[in-house]
Design a protein. Structure first.
Length: 256
């Protein structure tokens, strides 16, 4: 069985054929999916999907690109939803220095407030990091995020950074880039980081793995991520699937 730990089935790209996408995931032995909400509309839809399908769970948080839009009411909403039985994490949250919509100091504040909330409600966090590694690591350390741990989502950093994250109680989640021919760092991480610290994800509809790169991603394609890791490590697909699924279920407190 496969566990897609980061999917955006709440995205408009699935408005026309969501059930077919879900059916394909089930046919490829995807047993669990976490749908990630990161603003008001996507949070609401993530909750809807988690309530509709027993194998779908939700994560709720505020994306750093939109940090400037987050209000106290939004943070209160996230806190209230943290008590929902199908909400298994907070996020995605973090820092994004690629886009310049939200000033860095506002991103930092929103990130810190969400970490504090996660510690209050005792849920793991899902980290978005784009071109901000040093500051992400510093904030995680300063806020003692190790207390709740979580996931470095779609990790594309170095083995050294991965080890620092693992030391802070975070799993390293690999997605489509590990299947790309020229993706040196994700392949090095897949090779050198033990399975006990790895998760797999699609980040669909984005970052579609080879051989479908350039097309819309979907949870059924998470098998290509698992296959790539198995090939790199020289172990069986089944071993990767079993370990990453057990890791995710343990992190999220899922017992089915």
């Amino acid at each position: 069985m496969l566990f897609d730990t980061h999917a955006h089935l709440n995205a408009v790209q699935y408005n026309d054929d969501l059930q077919e996408v879900i059916d394909r995931a089930l046919s490829e032995r995807v047993s669990h999916i976490v749908v990630v909400g990161f603003d008001r509309p996507t949070i609401a839809r993530a909750i809807e999907l988690a309530e509709q399908y027993d194998f779908i769970y939700a994560s709720v948080g505020w994306h750093p690109v939109d940090a400037i839009d987050m209000t106290d009411e939004d943070l209160n909403m996230i806190e209230e939803l943290a008590a929902h039985p199908k909400v298994v994490a907070l996020g995605e949250m973090g820092l994004d220095y690629y886009w310049d919509k939200s000033p860095k100091e506002i991103q930092h504040d929103v990130f810190r407030r969400q970490i504090a909330l996660a510690k209050k409600v005792k849920l793991p966090i899902i980290i978005h990091n784009r071109e901000a590694t040093a500051d992400v690591l510093q904030i995680l350390k300063e806020e003692n995020a190790a207390e709740v741990g979580g996931i470095m989502h779609c990790f594309t950093g170095s083995v050294e950074v991965a080890k620092q994250c693992i030391d802070m109680n975070f799993f390293i989640s690999l997605g489509g880039p590990v299947t790309f021919k020229n993706a040196k760092k994700p392949k090095e991480v897949a090779a050198q980081i033990p399975l006990e610290h790895l998760l797999i994800e699609t980040d669909c509809p984005y970052l579609t793995p080879h051989p479908f790169r350039g097309k819309r991603n979907e949870p059924s394609y998470v098998k290509y991520v698992a296959e790539a890791i198995a090939e790199i490590k020289g172990i069986s697909f089944e071993e990767v699937a079993k370990a990453t699924t057990e890791n995710a279920k343990r992190l999220f407190g899922i017992h089915r």
